[in-house]
Design a binder for this molecule. Structure first.
Ligand SMILES: CC(C)(COP(=O)(O)OP(=O)(O)OC[C@H]1O[C@@H](n2cnc3c(N)ncnc32)[C@H](O)[C@@H]1OP(=O)(O)O)[C@@H](O)C(=O)NCCC(=O)NCCS
Length: 177
C-alpha cells in the first residue's frame, strides 16, 4: 500500500475485487460517458461494465491479473491493471491496462500514483518490460510520456471512440530497473 495525497493505492485480492465491482462499474461508466476510448461504446450498459469487472475479479482470483484501486475518503476513485504475460517465452513482460480515474478526481496525481504502483509491482515480480497502448488524443498519452515511457508509434483506426468515430492507438513500452 502507498499513500498519495490522502489517496491510498491498494492491490486487491479476489474478495477485494468482488467488493469493488460496484465502484469500478461507476468509474467505467463515468469514463466512457466522458468520451474515453477504453473498450466500450456510448451504448454500453451498466450491466456490460459490471460483467467486465466480474471477469477481471475472476482473473485476479486466478492470479492472471493484478488489480489496483485508488481509494480516497469518498471511496474508490481510480484503478489500473497489470497483466503478466502467460507465454513461456515472455516471462519478463507484462501489460498495463484500464488506467481509469473518475472525472471528479483527475489532475491530482492519482493516475501517476496508480502507474507507479503497477510498475513497482511488476518489477517486484520480475516483469521488467512493460507495454501499453492508449488513445492517441487522450490525456493518458501525456501521463505515460511524463513517466518515462517510450512511444513507439500510432496505429490509425485501431479502435472506435464511444460515439463511433475512429480512434488511433499509440503504443508505448518501458524497461524498468
Ligand atoms: C489518463 C488519466 C488516467 C489520468 O489520470 P489523472 O489522475 O488525472 O492523472 P495525473 O493527475 O497523474 O496527471 C494528469 C495531469 O494532472 C497534472 N497534475 C497532477 N497533480 C496535480 C496537482 N496537484 N495540481 C495540478 N495538476 C496536477 C499532471 O501534471 C498532469 O498534467 P498534464 O495532463 O498536463 O500532463 C485520466 O485522465 C483518465 O482516466 N482518462 C480517461 C481514461 C483513459 O484514457 N485512460 C487511459 C487508458 S490506457
Amino acid at each position: 500500500m502507498a499513500e498519495h495525497q490522502a489517496v491510498t493505492i491498494e492491490n486487491l485480492d479476489g474478495a477485494g475485487a468482488d467488493a469493488a465491482i460496484p465502484a469500478l462499474t461507476g468509474i467505467l461508466r463515468d469514463v466512457v460517458a466522458n468520451g474515453a476510448s477504453v473498450g466500450f461504446m456510448a451504448s454500453s450498459t451498466p450491466a456490460d461494465f459490471e460483467r467486465f469487472w466480474a471477469g477481471i475479479a475472476e482473473e485476479v482470483r486466478a492470479g492472471r491479473v493484478l488489480l489496483f484501486v485508488a481509494r480516497s475518503a469518498e471511496g474508490i476513485v481510480g484503478t489500473a491493471q497489470l497483466h503478466p504475460i502467460a507465454k513461456p517465452n515472455q516471462p519478463h513482460r507484462a501489460e498495463i491496462a484500464k488506467v481509469l480515474v473518475h472525472s471528479s478526481a483527475r489532475r491530482r496525481g492519482i493516475g501517476e500514483a496508480l502507474m507507479r504502483a503497477a510498475e513497482a509491482a511488476a518489477l517486484a515480480m520480475g516483469r521488467d518490460l512493460l507495454v501499453l497502448d492508449t488513445d492517441e488524443s487522450g490525456p493518458a498519452r501525456r501521463l505515460y510520456n511524463r513517466l518515462g515511457w517510450t512511444e513507439i508509434g500510432t496505429i490509425p483506426r485501431y479502435a472506435l471512440m464511444p460515439d463511433g468515430r475512429d480512434c488511433g492507438s499509440t503504443f508505448f513500452y518501458k524497461a524498468l530497473g
